[in-house]
Design a protein. Sequence first.
Length: 187
Amino acid sequence: MQRLWLTLAVLAVCGLAGYGLLLGWRHRAERHTGLPELPSVPEVVGPALAPPLTGLYVSTTTAGNWQDRIVARGLGRRAGGTVELTAQGVLIDRAGDDAIFLPAGSLTSVSTGPGIAGKVMGLPNGVLIITWRLGAVELDSGFRADDPERQAAWIGAANELIGRDRAHPDSPQRPDGGATTSNGAPA
C-alpha cells in the first residue's frame, strides 16, 4: 500500500510539473503576440549565393538575449532542415513545419555563437546566428549546421549581401542578385 501512495505522489508531481511547463509556454506565447506576421515565402527565391547548409533549426530569440525564446508565429519549434542564402534573403526550410523567410533588407548580421535557447554546443562557433528585424524587434535565429566547416563561406556570402544592401538600401534587387537603377536597368 505504501508503494501505491508513493507512486501516486510521484505521478502527481510529474503532472504538476508538466502543467507548469504548459502554462509557462502559453504565457511566453502571449507575451509575443504583438510581433508582426512573418514575411511570406516568395514563390521563387532565386539562385543560391552560397551552398545551402543542412542541419537543425534551433530557435529564434530576441537579439542578444539567447535564452528569451520566441514561441509566437511558430518560431520556437525545433526542426531539421536547410538554410539557403539568396539575393532575396535567407530561407530556413524546416522539415515538417512552415518555412521561415528573412528578407535581405531585414538582415543585420550573421555570425556564430556557442548556443541559443534550446541548444548549447560548448563550441565558440557551434551555432549559426542570423540577426534580423521583424518590424521594430530585432531577433536572432539559430541554426546548427551538420558540417560547421561549411559555415564560413555561407557567413561570408551573407555578410557581403548585408553590406551590399546597406550600401544601396533603396536599390531594388534583380533576380540574379545585382542591383538595378530606378528604371529597372542593371546598375
